[in-house]
Design a protein around this ligand. Structure first.
Ligand SMILES: NC(=O)c1ccc[n+]([C@@H]2O[C@H](COP(=O)([O-])OP(=O)(O)OC[C@H]3O[C@@H](n4cnc5c(N)ncnc54)[C@H](OP(=O)(O)O)[C@@H]3O)[C@@H](O)[C@H]2O)c1
Length: 270
């Protein structure tokens, strides 16, 4: 499945009321892809903003994710209905397993059922590193259409992308600006490239992902920044710029290590 939606926003770490305000401002800016999750506790905020916008539901691309505590076929299926209720819609455009923990095969079967019933127009996974991703692809009926992973200039997921190309899964990047870590917004290399194009570091980082055929879902609670992050479709990075940024890859996560048992214990108890 090719995802061509260019307009995105997301509601991570934002309570429902604040989320509604942010999503409303993002919609005014022109964003149409909205990323949420059961674990963000703000699906209602997204639903309210979409409804109040009075824009046709078909114009939006709503993404939500099933959390670990709802894993397993029956529980996950019930939780999908609950998410639809909170989002005030009868389908989501993309439904993901948030983390590869718990009975995620059961969760995946529930999502396949939701997909066949039209409750989800596409299904996929998030944070599935190559080992679990390849395993899942080989034992499910409907292949994951998207894998949402931490991806930015410092973590370019080259190995994952090789396998996602093989099994035809679209990469969607979370923390596309590295959440500002590693001094992202003051990075001298990105600044120098941006000056050539009269663009900011944020715009260069997001444009890089877009030209790599990666969907980015930047988050901002500020309208000016939403506009800045949106305005990346009127310039093109040269092949030299792209090559320079490809070399910034450190091939490791800034935030999480899914192979660390302490992290796994932490997240399954979240
Ligand atoms: N699947 C997963 O496990 C997972 C995990 C993490 C995130 N996500 C999704 O990915 C989305 C984005 O990731 P993220 O929020 O971690 O990281 P991000 O989008 O890379 O960075 C967001 C941070 O950058 C700031 N910011 C945004 N635009 C800026 C700009 N133009 N200039 C300066 N600062 C700017 C924001 O501050 P302000 O808000 O103050 O503007 C915020 O602190 C989340 O909202 C969530 O939907 C998914």
């Amino acid at each position: 499945m090719a995802l061509k939606c260019r307009f995105w926003v997301s509601g991570f770490f934002v309570d429902p009321k604040e989320c509604e305000r942010c999503v409303t401002e993002a919609i005014e800016t022109g964003y149409r892809l909205i990323d949420t999750a059961q674990a963000y506790y703000n699906e209602e905020g997204v639903g309210n903003a979409v409804k109040k916008s009075r824009i046709n539901r078909e114009e939006f691309f709503l993404v939500t994710k099933v959390w670990i505590t709802n894993s397993g076929e029956e529980k996950a299926y019930r939780s999908i209905d609950e998410s639809l209720k909170k989002l005030q819609t009868d389908y989501v455009d993309l439904l993901l397993i948030h983390q590869p923990f718990g009975d995620y095969y059961g969760t995946y079967r529930a999502m396949e059922k939701a997909y066949k019933e039209g409750k989800a127009r596409a299904i996929g996974v998030s944070n599935f590193f190559p080992d679990r991703y390849v395993d899942l692809c080989n034992f499910v009926e409907v292949k994951p259409m998207v894998n949402q992973m931490e991806t930015h200039v410092f973590q370019q997921e080259k190995l994952s992308r090789k396998y996602m190309d093989k099994y035809n899964t679209q990469l969607m990047s979370w923390s596309p600006m590295a959440r500002g870590e590693n001094n992202f917004f003051d990075n001298e290399t990105l600044k120098a490239i941006g000056e050539k194009h009269n663009k900011t570091v944020a715009q260069v980082g997001l444009r890089f992902l877009t030209q790599e055929n990666i969907i980015a879902i930047p988050k901002s609670t500020h309208k000016k920044r939403m506009e800045e992050n949106f305005n990346i479709f009127d310039f093109k990075l040269s092949s030299d710029d792209m090559e320079t940024i490809r070399k910034m890859d450190k091939a490791s996560s800034i935030f999480v290590n899914h192979y660390n048992p302490e992290f796994v214990e932490h997240i399954i108890n979240y």
